[in-house]
Design a protein around this ligand. Structure first.
Ligand code: HEC
Length: 156
């Protein structure tokens, strides 16, 4: 038992040591290129969930309350994820992004829109759980307007 505990501690110190040797590692939270990659991937996965719901709202595929609720739950979780990828210093537009410089000139407005999307996503999640298709459609359209509004202002 004692031996196992010591072995465990040894592993932890070895891991910490390895981490301090790789202190220069570039990740999404200290590197602009990786921050761009992070936010684009997050937005893309968010869109995957949104698109399925859109197909159901438009009637392109049959409405299925269980699947819709699953997608609404994931959308609500994912709607909080991309935004950290915009706040990394140096994550301003380069060749690898469609984000416009206007974002950083109007940062408060951008953040407000990102927060509004999260509120819209929570409302959609609640509507999906309640199951009224009229309410679901309204909540979906409110979120969709927010996507478009932000893209019109801040996406190339
Ligand atoms: C607060 C502003 C804002 C909101 C709200 C927003 N987006 Fe975006 N979106 C952006 C910006 C800025 C980019 C460009 C990011 C980049 O290229 O660095 C983007 C890019 C994207 C991309 C492309 C990602 C890639 O692979 O390059 C998709 C897909 C996307 N958004 C989907 C959505 C959907 C769907 C919604 C609504 C449910 C939404 N966005 C809401 C700002 C927003």
């Amino acid at each position: 038992m004692k031996f196992t505990a010591q072995l465990g501690m040894g592993l932890v110190s070895a891991t910490l040591l390895a981490m301090s040797f790789s202190a220069a590692a570039q990740h999404a939270f200290n590197n602009a290129d990786k921050a761009v990659e992070y936010r684009q991937k997050a937005l893309s996965i968010m869109q995957n969930n949104f698109a399925v719901m859109g197909d159901m709202v438009k009637g392109d595929i049959e409405f299925d309350g269980v699947i819709f609720t699953e997608r609404a739950n994931d959308f609500a979780a994912l709607s909080a994820i991309p935004w950290i990828g915009f706040s990394q210093p140096g994550a301003q537009p380069g060749n690898n992004t469609d984000a416009l410089p206007a974002i950083w000139d109007n940062w408060d407005d951008f953040v407000e829109r990102a927060e509004q999307l999260q509120n819209d996503a929570k409302a959609l999640q609640a509507a999906a759980a309640a199951g009224d298709q009229g309410d679901i459609r309204k909540a979906f359209m409110a979120a969709a307007r927010n996507c478009k509004g932000c893209h019109d202002q801040y996406k190339d």
